[in-house]
Structures are given as C-alpha cells and as structure tokens.
Design a protein around this ligand. Structure first.
Ligand code: GN1
Ligand code: MG
Length: 367
C-alpha cells in the first residue's frame, strides 16, 4: 500500500483530525490481526497511530471499545495519582469529532486513533536479556495495576480465548472438515497435540475448582506488545489492549515466555534453532514476580511453568487450525506461514518438556 493513498484511511483520519492535519501515513508494527499505521502530521500536531480493528476477529466492537476505554481511563487515573506521565505510560485514545473514541466507516469497519509514544521502542525479539527482565516487571506491574479493576465491568471480547481444551476441539473440527485438503500432511503435528490432550485441561480445571483465581489479564503478552523508553530502556507502556478480559495470570506469564524466551522466532523454519532459553526464562520469572509484588497465590506461582507450556501448545493449535482452514484468521506472508509457526510452537513445547524440572526449580528460586 502506498503511503497516504487509501480513501478509507483518509476518511477515518478525517473523522478524528481537522483538514490539513495529516501529512502521510505508513504501515506500522507487526501485529497479526489489526491493520496499523503510523500517522505523520503537520507542524503543531503530535504523531498518531491509526488502527483498523479486525471485525472478523473482534465480532463485538461495542464490547471491545468499551473495555479498552474503561481500562485506559482507569490506568490514566492511577498513573496520575502515582506521579507518572499518563501520555507515555498508557494508551491515549483520541476522540473522534462526534465525541466517540472510535469511528465506524460506511462499510462498518471500526477505526481508532491513539497518540504515538515518542522516543519509544518495541522489540520483535529479545536483543538484551535485561529488556526481557524488564518486560516481565512491566507485565507483572500491569496486572498488579489492574488488580482492583472490577472484572465484571469487562466483557469477553473473544469468548473462550484461552480455553485450551476448546481450542483443541476447534483443531479437531478443522482437521475433520479439512477444507483445504491439508490434514493428511500434518499427521505428526496433530498426533503431538493429541498426546497431550489430558494436559490441556490442567489450568481450566483449576479455574473451575477455584484453585486458580480469575483476574483481569492482558491475554496477549508478546514482547512486541510492550514499549520501552528509547533513552533509559525502562518499560513505558503495555499496548494492544484488545484482549483485556477476565483471565488467568499464568497465561499472561506463559504467553510472554512462549514468544520471548524462544531462541528462534515465532515463525522459525529451522527447528534446530527453536528452544527454550532457560536464561531468558529465569530473567522473566524474576521480573514478573517482582512486578506482581506478591499478589499471586501459591497455586498461581506453582503453575507458572504450566502456563508457559499451555500457551505454547495452544498457540501451536491455533496456528495449525488456521492453516487447515485456509489462513483466514492470522495475517500470513506466504501460504504455509501458519504451518511454520505451528511447528515452531510445538518444537518449543517439546523443549519445555525436556527442561520441565529446571523450569519449576527456577520458579521456586524466586517465589
Ligand atoms: C495475535 O495481534 P497480535 O499479533 O498482537 C493474537 C494472539 C496470538 C498472537 C500470536 C486477538 O496477536 O492471541 O497469541 O497473534 N491476537 C488475537 O503471535 O487473536
Ligand atoms: Mg500486538
């Protein structure tokens, strides 16, 4: 897409900003779901980030916008009370000219505009171990900040988002329907997952029995969903708030490990490069537990390694399901991209099994 050339983007920007404000815009970030653009403006204006929210993924836009608005307002007040900078430490939604914090265009597409956080960076892969430790502190702190947010005010933007057994059922349905004819070629991957079927219930069973508490969680704690100050390296702001919902703390921990402690990329083709870095895992455990400031129960701390394994397996299932269904959910760069991603996740889960004892020992060391 050419910069500044799309009628719908121009229209959306026009719903938020006065004429003449926008100079240009370009694709931005590496999210798999929404379309994101960095918007450069005329002098006197800040820069902004424009997003088109993927309505196939987020079917209840009213619920989604309501959640993000409530959470950002809640965080803003807390940050101000703590003497922080609310323009840099939380997302700031810009009001459209009709006063709403979003804009629905003539095709029913939903757009939002947020302030771009200047002098910030985010990473698709860990460059310095220290950054991963800090991201652990950041995600732990984020959860701590939301500990007294009334969870019943949040709606489930994607029902059963991290219900791993239901994700497995979806995979089985996709394999049975086999709309693309790929199922026969992914036998080893499906067998690997089915062999772990009993384990997929581990966390949800403990939630139902009350052994794990329901909290307000982020649910998508990839390293690239946290911004760092470009100068000091401090964690600034947790972004991508679309999946904030009631959820499990161990899944926020686990998804961050899945993405950031993999020695290979999420879509690594060469599986010999995929493994769990125990070093990075340890740094994150340390940071996350510090950030949570003692707010996790004993059962939650004990289940952190399982959170990591379940998020890795589940993400593998989700990529594989999408591959079987013709890659209709996640953005892909080439036809077998989702299969490559799934294989990387399953290889990582297998390595976690090999390192299971150490993963638990590390958690014990910092509890
Ligand atoms: C998606 O939007 P993004 O890229 O931050 C997905 C996550 C997956 C992740 C895998 C709403 O996150 O659940 O873990 O891709 N978000 C949604 O990289 O499905
Ligand atoms: Mg994201």
């Amino acid at each position: 897409m050419e910069a500044g050339s799309c009628k719908y983007i121009d229209q959306a920007l026009g719903a938020f900003l006065p004429e003449g404000a926008v100079k240009t815009y370009n694709r931005f970030g590496s999210g798999h779901i929404n379309d994101t653009y960095l918007v450069e403006c005329a002098e006197g204006y800040p820069r902004y980030v424009l997003q088109r929210i993927n309505g196939d993924v987020f079917k209840n836009l009213r619920a989604l916008n309501g959640n993000v608005e409530q959470v950002t307002e809640f965080l803003r007040e807390k940050i101000i009370a703590q003497g922080g900078d609310p323009d840099r430490e939380t997302l700031n939604l810009i009001s459209a000219r009709d006063g709403k914090k979003f804009y629905i265009d003539e095709n029913g597409q939903c757009w939002r505009l947020v302030l771009y956080i200047e002098n910030s960076v985010c990473y698709d892969q860990v460059e310095k171990e220290e950054d991963f430790y800090r991201s652990g502190q950041g995600f732990g702190h984020f959860q701590r900040m939301l500990a007294d947010f009334p969870a019943d005010r949040l709606e489930e933007t994607i029902p059963d988002f991290h219900d791993t057994p239901k994700r497995l059922e979806a995979l089985k349905r996709a394999a049975a329907a086999d709309v693309c004819g790929y199922a026969a070629s992914v036998g080893p991957e499906i067998d690997f997952i089915l062999a772990r079927e009993a384990e997929t219930h581990a966390a949800m069973d403990m939630l139902r029995s009350g052994e794990l508490p329901l909290r307000v969680t982020h649910n998508d704690t990839k390293l690239n969903n946290i911004m760092f100050d470009a100068e000091t390296g401090d964690v600034l702001c947790v972004i991508d708030l679309d999946t904030i919902m009631p959820g499990l703390s161990i899944f926020d921990f686990g998804d961050a490990i899945r993405f950031g402690a993999n020695t290979g990329a999420e879509d690594e083709r060469d599986l010999s490069r995929v493994s769990l870095s125990l070093n990075l895992y340890e740094r994150f455990v340390n940071g996350f537990l510090e950030g949570c400031q003692g707010s996790l129960t004993d059962a939650e701390v004990r289940m952190l390694p399982m959170g990591a394994k379940l998020m890795t397996l589940e993400c593998g299932m989700r990529f594989l399901t999408d591959y079987l269904e013709g890659s209709v959910y996640f953005k892909t760069d080439y036809p077998e991209h989702n299969l490559v991603r799934a294989r990387s996740q399953l290889a990582l889960a297998a390595d976690m099994e090999r390192k299971w004892a150490q993963m638990s020992e590390i958690v014990e060391k910092y509890r």
